[in-house]
Design a protein around this ligand. Sequence first.
Ligand code: MLT
Length: 313
Amino acid sequence: VTSPAPVVLIAEELAPSALEVLGDGFDVRHVDGADRSALLPALAEAHAVMIRSATTIDAEALAAAPLLEVVARAGIGLDNVDVAAATARGVMVVNAPTSNIVSAAEHAVALLLAAARRIPAADASLRAGTWKRSQFTGVEVTEKTVGVVGLGRIGVLVAQRLAAFGVTLIAYDPYIQPGRAQQLGVRMVGLDELLRESDFITVHLPKTPETLGLIGADELATTKRGVILVNAARGGLVDEAALADALRSGQVGAAGIDVYATEPCTDSPLFGLPNTVVTPHLGASTSEAQDKAGTAVARSVRLALQGDFVPDA
Ligand code: MLT
């Protein structure tokens, strides 16, 4: 008697290359992971579930998945997975921690430049049939101070790229190894000093109980007036309502935002403001990053379900 093929539940859109790497021998099923009423019953027969950031695998989802052996996060952030609960159940959690770091860093730089030069607003204005050069005066990046909050894999790539613009780089990261920052030409400072001294602030931290609400109304009140802020990390690290207030008052000059406290998000207070550049969580949305993330975790799922050793992705 041959046992039925293990069920791999794909709960979000993955690169086609991920399915190729997964190969034959699995019963591949699809579900919209953001729809809980569809996800929970679909998990009942799943041996593996493959997700991005829109699917939450919490204790409730795990309880609905008695056969589950692997949660595969085709990306980096594990804030949508209850790793402790999974581990306690013996469910392996795999991700692809370097797959989209370059894409995320490039997107943060794109948001920073777009915010500094008001590109989306100018684009919309010209498309609407108006030619308003004086309304879209921006600021240069060169010779300014850029504060990087979180000097991990992505923060480092952002710092290296912005160095080419001739900026002074400062960073806040309580966990960085001594010496590493110096090598990069980045001066490490406390968060207070970073907020006070930066002309541009870009956030590159995971979402944890420690980092949630890190930059709120009190912190925004201490920045240089007109600072430009970028968040392509996670919603909630910068308080959205406080940021909207600061953008309205001019305390924050402009913001480039890719992530929101609740996603999907179609009604943030940031969307109605003229000095924001907003994208719908696109940091990792490049063909290269999706390829790398999808294939890395597909390989891990295949090995895990075959009972083989799963090396780090
Ligand atoms: C990640 O953590 O990898 C990103 O948020 C990208 C994604 O949504 O997959």
